[in-house]
Ligand binder design. Structure first.
Ligand code: RIB
Length: 345
């Protein structure tokens, strides 16, 4: 069967080659009715675009990539859905790459994305000083830092949330619920978001007139449910008399693991221990004890980052880098509700 060409599609749809090319490469630039004619011609003829030929012709790829830290964390898949909305409108393919918080894997992906000459890369990196990230940038591939961003750089756009304010919101909420023995659960410390959330928690502790030691640090080696369970073991290992009763976890997965461990060991949430998470992923509200969490606007983070990337890919040197910081929002639920007895104490 003869190979169907772009010319056959144009003839069948009664449009020019350029219109077919626009439908394939920049569908948002084509009127809906015209796009529909071309798409039905493509379907009728069984035309399959040749991506590498298109890339050669256009001199650049139609693919963007989002390199995430942990594909099992719904935070990143929610951000990716926001990115995908913009990519689809721009006629771009989106590849999700998962570093799994492994620096070597992150390096491999950065090398591959450089060779692929991706149209642009969004990344929540292990290490923003990674020379491979700069090398990707130096090959002319736009890069946008999502979620974790060092101090504002002239090299790239950044999109994130004010995590110091987020930490303050979490601990202020616990103090207002009557807790004076607090804990921060999170790590590793070199993750900018964990560091900033801890800074905010300490600031809120001080602002409440509590001594520094009122905020116990339970350091974890990651931000997973398993690490949350291990944090629960350590919390229950502390002397009951001085054990923290208000716990702020650096993300919802930690909080869900802590909740699971405490519940399995007969500790009541919130009556014995109140818990606050961070991200407000869907599982937070669906937990056995609905979780209070500091919400991040995940889809908006993704859409904003993708729009900045598309603008830089389109406008090149005319693009001006932006550093967008969204405010966090506390969503109070049962895991921090003040027990009736305490309310009348
Ligand atoms: O990378 C893990 C965490 O950092 C996510 O849960 C989200 O909070 C991000 O900021």
């Amino acid at each position: 069967m003869a190979k169907v060409s772009i010319k056959d599609v144009a003839a069948r749809a009664g449009v020019s080659l350029g219109t077919v090319s626009n439908v394939l490469n920049r569908p948002s630039a084509v009127r809906a009715a015209t796009r529909a004619k071309v798409e039905s011609a493509i379907a009728e003829l069984g035309f399959v675009p040749n991506a590498s030929a298109r890339q050669l012709a256009a001199g650049r790829s139609r693919t963007i990539a989002y390199l995430v830290l942990d594909a099992t964390n719904p935070f990143f898949t929610d951000v990716a859905r926001g990115i995908e909305e913009v990519a689809k409108a721009e006629g771009l393919a989106l590849f999700i790459c998962n570093s799994d918080q492994d620096a070597d894997r992150e390096d491999q992906y950065l090398e591959q994305l450089t060779e692929l000459r991706a149209r642009g890369v969004l990344i929540t990196a292990m290490d923003y000083a990674n020379p491979r990230l700069q090398r990707l940038r130096d090959t002319g591939v736009p890069v946008v830092l999502v979620d974790r961003a060092p101090e504002e750089s002239s090299e790239w756009c950044t999109v994130g949330v004010d995590d110091v304010a987020g930490g303050e919101l979490a601990v202020t909420h616990l103090v207002e619920a009557g807790h004076t023995r607090l804990a921060f659960v999170g790590g590793p410390a070199d993750i900018p978001q964990v560091h900033d959330r801890h800074v905010g928690a300490a600031a809120a502790t001080a602002a409440a007139g509590l001594p520094e030691k009122a905020l116990t640090l339970i350091r974890t080696s990651g931000l997973t449910i398993a690490e949350g369970r291990r944090a629960g073991e350590r919390l229950l290992g502390l002397p009951r008399r001085t054990r923290p009763t208000g716990v702020f976890c650096a993300n919802d997965l930690l909080a869900l693991g802590l909740l699971q461990h405490l519940t399995q060991h007969g500790v009541r949430v919130p009556d014995d221990v109140a818990i606050v998470g961070y991200d407000d992923i869907e599982f937070a509200s669906a937990a056995a004890v609905p979780l209070t969490s500091v919400a991040q606007p995940r889809h908006l983070l993704g859409r904003t980052a993708a729009r900045l990337l598309a603008d830089e890919a389109e406008r090149g040197a005319d693009h001006e880098h932006q550093h967008v910081v969204f405010p966090p929002e506390l969503v109070a639920r049962a895991s921090t509700a003040v027990p009736a007895a305490a309310r009348h104490a």
